[in-house]
Design a binder for this molecule. Structure first.
Ligand code: APR
Length: 310
């Protein structure tokens, strides 16, 4: 009999609840939503469960404030924390969210010692470090969601500009989430054809800048919170790759130990994601400019990690 997977999603806010929605609609497993707010995870879980007979998914969805109910999870997605408001950078969030992610990870690691952690809370690269450090898990079992979202934004804008399907755009971004991401020109193609044959250099530069500012563009529009459809879809793509052992090649935040000549930070790199979590980190050749940008990005993340008191 096929195994029924257990997916815990911590934080039943916009990102967490929407992640639960994507996961249920894909029938990836049974879902436990956890939050500190009483009633919110229970209410959202019940509402989603009641969509099952309409949308025809068989996932059991429950909500709780008690980590005992998360015991034995295969994957835990951490979205707990404050979302960005206008005028706030991801780094403003750092100290508060570090405390939240620390307390969440302690509970999660205690009840699901074999789980793979997918970290979504921002600032992403630093929160991934907090989860890794506090859990004591090996580095392959702690992975941050950033690159898929940044690449998703990039691919959406490229598809629009080139007038082609999003399905046919391949792109790869490295580095930190958002402002310090490093798009790789050599890896941006439309069905293998260099993107420069479709989009002129000045337009491409505009698209890259818009992608860097992709998070803040949405914060400024929403005014009361930050993006959640694409971030949650990206996190669930990672969960799917892990639970189905797909061995997908995806840009994710991973703890680097010498790869790309960088050590001691979580940073966005292409990885092979499967049942073992991060099964491999892929090193692609970089131009000098890209290498310098990646080093700078690593330096920024490291400076933030150094500010933490865990
Ligand atoms: N334990 C569990 N849940 C918590 C905790 C905690 N210690 N602290 C806060 N939460 C919950 C809040 O109660 C809220 O329901 O986290 C949820 C966050 O939801 P939203 O405020 O809607 O934020 P969201 O848009 O989901 O973003 C969450 O993901 O993309 C990142 O930058 C974003 O860091 C933010 C996170």
């Amino acid at each position: 009999m096929a195994k029924r997977y257990k997916i815990t999603i911590v934080g039943a806010g916009n990102v967490g609840a929407t992640a639960a929605h994507w996961a249920a609609s894909k029938e990836l497993g049974d879902i436990v939503l956890v939050d500190i707010l009483e009633g919110v995870p229970q209410g959202k879980a019940l509402d989603l469960l009641e969509a099952g007979p309409i949308e025809l998914f068989d996932s059991r969805v429950t909500g709780t404030n008690d980590y005992k109910d998360t015991a034995g999870s295969d994957v835990v997605v951490i979205t707990a924390g404050l979302a960005r408001k206008p005028g706030m950078s991801r780094d403003d969030l750092m100290k508060t969210n570090a405390g939240i992610v620390k307390s969440v990870t302690e509970q999660v690691a205690k009840h699901s010692p074999n789980a793979i952690l997918v970290v979504v809370s921002n600032p992403l690269d630093v929160m991934s470090y907090v989860a890794w450090k506090v859990s004591g898990f090996p580095r392959n079992r702690v992975v941050g969601m950033a690159g898929i979202l940044d690449t998703g934004r990039y691919r959406a804008f490229l598809a629009e500009a080139a007038g082609v399907s999003v399905r046919d755009i391949q792109a790869l971004v490295l580095g930190g989430h958002g402002d310090s991401m490093v798009p790789l020109a050599s890896c941006t193609t439309i069905s293998g054809i260099p993107v420069t044959q479709f989009i002129p250099a000045d337009k491409l530069a505009q698209i890259i800048q818009r992608t860097r500012d992709g998070g803040i563009e949405i914060v400024n529009l929403l005014k009361t919170g930050s993006a959640y459809y694409a971030p949650s879809a990206a996190a669930i793509q990672m969960v799917e790759a892990i639970l189905k052992d797909e061995k997908r090649v995806l840009p994710c935040a991973a703890w680097l130990d010498g790869e790309y000549g960088i050590s001691g930070v979580f940073l966005g790199v292409p990885v092979v994601l499967g049942a073992g979590g991060i099964e491999r980190i892929l090193e692609v050749p970089l131009t000098t400019e890209e290498r310098i940008a990646l080093q700078k990005s690593a330096g920024d993340v490291k400076a933030n990690i150094d500010k933490l008191e865990l």
